[in-house]
Every structure is written in structure tokens, then in C-alpha cells.
Design a protein around this ligand. Sequence first.
Ligand code: KG4
Ligand code: ZN
Length: 398
Amino acid sequence: MKILGIETSCDETAIALIETRGEGAPTECKILASLIHSQADLHSKFGGVYPTLAKREHGKNLIPILEKALLKSSLPILRELTDKEYEERARDFQKDIAPQNPELYEAFMNAPFLKSVPNIDRIAVTEGPGLEPALWVGITLAGMLAKLWNIPVLPVNHMEGHVLGSLIDSNIQKGEWQKLKALPLPSLAFLISGGHTEFVSIEKIGSYKIIGQTKDDAVGEAFDKAARLLGLPYPGGPELSKMAEEAESAGLKSLVRLPRPMSNSGDLNFSFSGIKTAVLYALRDLEKEHGQVTIEMKKGLALEFETAVTETLSAKLRMALEQTGSASLVIGGGVSANQRLRKAFESIANEYGIELFLPTKHVSGDNALMIALSGALKPEPLSGSGLKARGTWKIDSK
Ligand code: KG4
Ligand code: ZN
């Protein structure tokens, strides 16, 4: 089966093409193309993702990225649409699409390659969770392609994508078959991103239950906010992490201690808004006491922040593994790129003697490979029509 994946939930515009094979559920996968275009530089001056700008950029960039991905994939063309077929199928786009998505409409209508119908069996698109104006662009494109090429569309939950993305090795190059990693069940997923911090117990693929989550900020959001207070550009997570590493290798110590929020709350929930405020107060106190906050003080504070977050996540993770008796652990979401956290997860998985699934670099942030793979693994029937953006779609609700 050949699947086109489309992802536009936040500030990455991503397209992937994969091929799968296997009896029943796919067991092997070939990455044909997986392209990611980040808008982070554009949003950095706003200190966060600006939804209308994200929407406009997705609209401008999706079609050129799709063209590149199709070229890269070398997928055979099934046939060429005649001018008459093309006009008939695209007839309503001007009325239905152009007013809401002028950039996407214009790019679509100026893309002659779309008249060549590629050999694709289904389209998988992120319906949520995410920023609705951004989600709508990907969903709209999926609907347009479905109509033009007469291919079914399957909606995918972005967080399920982060779970399943950890089962594929994105380092295995285009054109090579790879076995999808088998997930020992029941499994525990720990999803840590800019919008989510949640524990998901997995009975089987497609059957999920959220058993713990943040009450306020997500862990990635806390990284980004703390980074901003330290004067770092958006997205600050990786920048803050770099500072922490520098502090560690220079032997710098933090002059303040930050809280380990909710470590003793007895449940699997998190709260990260307090730690951001603690960083704000720490910077104020340092300035009051020392006249200024030096770069060394900032580096020490970055290390203390990363340590506090790692200890908090680790304590809850141990608790979640004990409560669920999980046979494996899957980590997903952009924050999983953090090296200190990866090391902590590795040592916890060792401690419990369970298999750990960490995403490779390409799939740790937002990407369409994980969306295409989710579309391939979905046992549910194809929905086909009536797609809509679902900004707050939970992984455990239909
Ligand atoms: O999954 P993702 O790409 O987008 C969402 O769906 O939210 O996650 C983005 C988040 C951002 O908050 C970013 O700062 C954080 O992941 N992040 C990191 C690192 N790399 C990305 N946080 C800490 N350390 C990192 N190395
Ligand atoms: Zn994400």
C-alpha cells in the first residue's frame, strides 16, 4: 500500500510518501520521501507560533513540497487527467477553497504536475490536535487531492502519530524496506511536546487511554517560556538545552534551586506553569543580589531548569510504569530530542527491564512520516469525507 501523509498542525509543513507491505496490518515499510519545512524563523519574532501566519505559510508551501516529495519518491504515474476531467473535478475549488485559502488555491491551480495521477492508495492527514487555522490547510489540500485523484482520505491524530513514529527508523534510507518494530504490549507512551505532556496506556495499536497529563503548561511550552526569560529565541527548548550542556561541561552550578512541581502529588499529572514563574523570580533575585545576571548565572539556571524537569518527568514515569506494569515504553513529541531526557529514559527502561522506543531525530519533531505510518496502521475503515480540524482532539477519544 502506498500512502501520502500531510502534516500542518503547527509550524512545520510536512509531506511524506511511504509504502507498506504485510498480511493484514503492515509489518514492513519503505520511506519514499519525507520532507519537513520549518517556519520557526518566521515565528521567532513573535515569541511563539502566530496562527494566521502559520496558515498562510502552509498554504504557500504545501504544493511545492508535495511536488518535491513526489519527484523524490519516483512513484509511478497511473495516468494523466484530461483537461476536461481536471476542469470538472476542480470546478468548485474557486468557490469552496479560494475565499478561505487563497494561497493554497493559487498554488494548487498553478501546479500542472497535479494532472498526473500518482500511484497512491490513500491519503493520511492530521485532523488534530493543533492550531485549527493551520490544521485546516492540510485537511483542505487532502480533500482537494482526494477529489482530483479519486483517492480516499483518512484522518490521523497527531499524538498517535508521535507514538507510532517511534516504531520506524527514519535513518533507513529511501527505497529500503525495514521491519516495523513490534511493540510489546501493554505499552506506556510518554508524549512530551510543545502542546502536550501525557501518559498514554496502550492496550494495542489504536486503543489508547490517557492516564496522566499536565494541568497547565506542556513541558515543551515550559522549556520555551523559560528560554524566553533567559533571552533565547523561539523555539527555545533546544537553545536552553545547549546552555545547560555548556554549564555542565564548564562545571557551572546554579545559584538557585527550582521546584520539582507535583513530584509528590501521588498521581500521574503534571504542572509546569509554576516552574516558569520560579525562573522569572530567580532572575529577578539574581539581579537584585548581584547587580546583573551574568551569562554564567544564566547557564547555571538553564542547567537547573533542565535537571528539575528531568527529575520531575523521571519520578512520574517510574510511577506510571509501576502502576501499569507496561511491557514497553514509547517516547514521542518534540521534547524527546532532549539528550538529558533521552539518557534518563534509557536508564529507567533498563531499570525496569523493558524495551524503549525513542524516536530518531527526523521523527522527534513534527513530521508527516509519522502521519503516513499512522494512516497505514489504522485498522478502522476509511472515513473519506467530512474531515474537519479538531484543535483539541484527545488521543483516546474517537
Ligand atoms: O512535537 P513538537 O515538534 O511540536 C508540537 O506538537 O508541540 O514539539 C515542539 C517542542 C517545542 O516546545 C520545543 O522547544 C521542544 O519541543 N524541543 C525541545 C528540544 N527540541 C525541541 N525541548 C527541549 N530540548 C530539546 N532538545
Ligand atoms: Zn507534535
